[in-house]
Design a protein around this ligand. Structure first.
Ligand code: SF4
Ligand code: SF4
Length: 392
């Protein structure tokens, strides 16, 4: 198949915040220092080369793009100040936008005004939807809009955004599989193939996504004088686990409602479990996100030098979700406390932002949560294959 060269790739990448990589003279220092680069993954230099020669498809379908943790070691070592770490981050933003055919991600990354408008519209829709769900029997208006309208619009938007996420993920997996020559037969065609598939799945989800093994072991020394509580891998892990715990608490809570658990049983058994998981998760997430924000504000390392408005928006939304959830939780701890009107408003803000965070996943920095495990799955497959080809 003919290779398509995009002469505008560099200028397009710059709209997403790419540093000037024309200074790069391919010395390879960045690849030599990168703790994640190996025979299969010669980054970040290869990605800079791909951008310089205009190979868009190669750039956005490379699984290695998503394995970079943006530790900044390559940038510290670059003699030309080409900032390869920031370039990798920009290439991921660009890939998120390229995979999203609605162009919402592109608008959010390249225009701060569009990012704010889209976020506010999303908040109004999701907030309105939850206000309509909470509306008392007989109430026909929410914020002056008929209950039925806002409920239907909210549902339709949620279903549409969920479908877009699934479609984008399928396109990314398809393109990467095609590039790597992975087929249904190579995944499930034999017992050995099933074994490889399961090992790659475990590597992707268990070892790397949840266990953060390479981040912990390989990038842990990005600044060895940093105390443990400020290490990036710990901050990242607490943020991820905290968010997952909050998500799990929400699912536990609603699962009780959906399967029709009697109210007394839910109050005695389900609610305390969900609240404990949610509170611990919220604290972990607030801790991680607060440090991310402080580090970015203080520009403490090469990795924290550049933040797009979309990155800040993402962090602020996570932080506000955590804070509002925590205030609601604390307000319920006081004996005899009755829900106040302000707590309903706070709850609405909390749920609307959390909903927007999850549903806007394909358009924001959060997209790495869905693309990274898929990329790591293909990375695990390639490594496994490589190992099997090694002489005993
Ligand atoms: S270290 Fe700098 S100049 Fe050398 S290959 Fe990497 S980005 Fe280019
Ligand atoms: S930021 Fe770190 S993980 Fe990413 S390419 Fe540079 S050295 Fe490698």
């Amino acid at each position: 198949m003919a290779t398509v060269v995009n002469p505008n790739l560099m200028s397009d990448l710059q709209k997403f915040g790419a540093p000037d990589i024309n200074a790069c003279f391919s010395c390879g220092n960045c690849t030599a220092i990168c703790p994640l680069a190996d025979n299969d993954a010669t980054f970040p230099r290869r990605f800079i080369r791909l951008a310089q020669v205009g190979l868009t498809d190669e750039l956005v379908t490379s699984k290695e793009l998503w394995t970079c943790y943006q530790c900044g070691m390559c940038t510290d070592r670059c003699p030309q100040e080409a900032d390869p770490s920031e370039f990798m981050a920009t290439a991921r933003r660009y890939a998120i936008a390229k995979l999203d055919k609605t162009r919402i991600a592109r608008a959010m990354y390249t225009s701060p005004v569009a990012a704010v408008i889209i976020s506010l519209v999303g908040l109004a829709i999701f907030g309105g939807f939850f206000a309509s769900v909470q509306a008392e029997e007989g109430a026909r208006l929410v914020f002056g809009v008929p209950y039925e309208w806002i409920h239907t619009v909210g549902l339709v938007v949620m279903i549409l955004v969920a479908l877009i996420a699934v479609f984008n993920l399928a396109m990314m997996a398809r393109a990467t599989a095609k590039r790597d020559g992975v087929t249904a037969k190579s995944l499930f065609g034999s017992k050995a193939a099933w074994g490889r598939t399961f090992r790659a799945l475990w590597y992707s989800i268990g070892v790397e996504s949840l266990g953060q093994k390479r981040y912990r072991e390989d990038c842990a020394d990005d600044n060895p004088v940093e105390p443990l509580y400020r290490r990036r891998w710990l901050i990242h892990t607490l943020t991820l686990w905290g968010f997952l715990a909050l998500f799990a608490a929400t699912l536990i809570h609603y699962a009780g409602d959906i399967i029709g658990v009697p109210e007394a049983v839910a109050e005695a058994a389900i609610t305390p479990v969900a609240r404990t998981i949610g509170t611990l998760g919220g604290l972990a997430m607030m801790y991680g996100v607060s440090w991310f924000m402080i580090n970015r504000y203080q520009k403490v390392s090469a990795a924290a030098q550049h933040s797009s408005p979309s990155d800040w928006l993402f962090l602020w939304m996570l932080w506000i979700t955590g804070l509002t959830g925590f205030i609601i939780e604390v307000s319920l701890l006081f004996p005899g406390a009755q829900p106040q009107p302000w707590s309903y408003v706070l709850f609405l803000v909390h749920v609307a932002i959390a909903m927007e965070l999850v549903l806007f996943m394909p358009f924001t920095k959060f997209a790495h949560v869905m693309y990274r495990p898929v990329a790591l799955f293909f990375y695990g497959l390639a490594k496994d294959e490589h190992r099997e080809l090694q002489p005993a």
